[in-house]
Design a binder for this molecule. Structure first.
Ligand SMILES: Cc1cc2nc3c(=O)[nH]c(=O)nc-3n(C[C@H](O)[C@H](O)[C@H](O)COP(=O)(O)OP(=O)(O)OC[C@H]3O[C@@H](n4cnc5c(N)ncnc54)[C@H](O)[C@@H]3O)c2cc1C
Length: 386
């Protein structure tokens, strides 16, 4: 059987694509059952989940972000609330929005329009790689797509610990030279973690020391790599989305909102093409432009991730105090939030009815015009480690 669309990866990005393709012949492949592969603290904006009708998965709402540095704490009231959510529940809610077929099997590579797996080859007209940072399909076509030196790494444990707000600790001379630790509360429990901007995987001792400071002891761990540099989201005819396309943001490590944002838009584009409203080739162009329009923001965060940990603490603290000024905070947060704002379904339908199908609903936030020189990394650029 030939599928209209085959999606490798059934987490945020892959499920967001599938949710937009109800009524089409869609196959989703994942090496694990849906909702069982949580790697993250699952913190995101309430408005993102509301726009996708996923609010039922919310565990706790947070109105403030708190940054702890040695001797000083900075509290940032959020213009829009963040939340922490239940990963399996969110995955199942998103899955139910589509009507795809699911096969639990790893995607190993591509041969033309066939996705190769240990259970045989599956043929699709459109193929999407949403398999996370490894980009299982993209890397099989272009191995240099996945740069090991462009990956952050994080580890977490979930413990009984109650708090309000999303908390980050930044203490380069104490706990971790190039990274942060965090506490993301989820009701009676919290997800407590540590992340390295050098992609260092030896973090268990750091996590234990951090827990020790909080008077806690580790109980299980999860985590993994998350990329901090955009990759080309189109490789030949393959479309990549979420961490597979390097869409996780540097510095903040926020990858869920981009995965849901780009996944939703990519799904809508593919649906338009399958409905005959635009040529399939146009999906590639439009999708690449949607990503490139946000590249300047991505690059800024990558630069900040490299710079901030190298700055003397008093300079970092001055910057943290400056950003707390209400006009600056409001402006910065508004831009950060709008870059991946999803319209509510009714709004989308309204736009869609009145505008060209090629652009409907894509101008959210800072969807700025493409800078003429914007392009994806050549994969030959300098190594930034150390
Ligand atoms: C410790 C940690 C904490 C984090 N906290 C946050 C946070 O609070 N907020 C936030 O926004 N971001 C956070 N992130 C980043 C966020 O988790 C990722 O950016 C996000 O999960 C990306 O979603 P995705 O769907 O692209 O990929 P993933 O969520 O990684 O999903 C990839 C899917 O593909 C499947 N897969 C892998 N290989 C194959 C294959 N060969 N064939 C088929 N399927 C395959 C996997 O099983 C998985 O289901 C965190 C990351 C880490 C590591």
């Amino acid at each position: 059987m030939e599928y209209d669309v085959i999606i490798a990866g059934a987490s945020f990005a892959g499920l967001a694509v599938a949710a937009q393709l109800r009524g089409k012949r869609v196959l989703v492949l994942d090496r694990k059952p849906i909702g069982t592969g949580q790697t993250s603290a699952c913190g995101t904006l309430v408005s993102t989940l509301r726009a996708l009708q996923l609010e039922e998965a919310i565990l706790q709402v947070h109105d403030q972000l708190v940054v702890h540095t040695p001797g000083r704490t900075y509290v940032y009231p959020m213009p829009e609330p963040f939340c922490t959510f239940d990963y399996p529940k969110l995955c199942h809610l998103l899955w139910e929005q589509g009507d795809a077929e699911f096969v639990q099997v790893p995607a190993l590579g591509l041969e033309g329009q066939h996705v190769l797996t240990p259970k045989g080859a599956y043929r699709g007209r459109v193929i999407v790689d949403a398999s996370g940072w490894r980009a299982a399909l993209g890397a099989s076509l272009r191995p240099e797509l996945v740069r090991r030196d462009r990956l952050n790494f994080g580890l977490e444990t979930t413990l009984v610990y109650q708090d309000d707000g999303l908390h980050f600790w930044y203490d380069p001379r104490g706990l971790l030279p190039m990274g942060v630790t965090w506490v993301f509360p989820i009701g009676r429990f919290s997800r407590i973690g540590v992340g390295s901007y050098l992609g260092d995987t030896r973090l268990i001792r750091t996590l234990d020391r951090f827990l020790d400071d909080l008077g806690l002891q580790r109980d299980g761990i999860h985590g993994g790599y998350f990329p901090y540099e955009l990759r080309d989201p189109v490789v030949d005819d393959l479309l990549l989305v979420g961490d597979a396309a390097g869409q996780c943001l540097a510095l903040t490590g926020e990858g869920i909102r981009p995965a849901l944002f780009f996944g939703t838009h990519l799904g809508r584009l593919i649906r338009d093409a399958l409905d005959g409203n635009l040529p399939l080739d146009y999906v590639k162009t439009q999708y690449r432009e949607l990503v490139l329009a946000r590249k300047a923001g991505y690059d800024l965060l990558t630069r900040l991730q490299r710079l901030l940990p190298r700055m003397p603490m008093p300079v970092v603290q001055s910057l943290l105090a400056l950003v707390r000024q209400p006009p600056i905070l409001q402006r910065a947060m508004r831009r950060y939030i709008r870059a991946f704002a999803l319209p509510h379904p009714e709004e989308y339908i309204r736009h869609h009815a009145s505008r060209s199908p090629y652009t409907a609903g894509w101008e959210s936030g800072n969807g700025a015009a493409l800078p003429p020189s914007a392009s994806f990394p050549s994969h030959q650029s300098e190594d930034v480690r150390g």
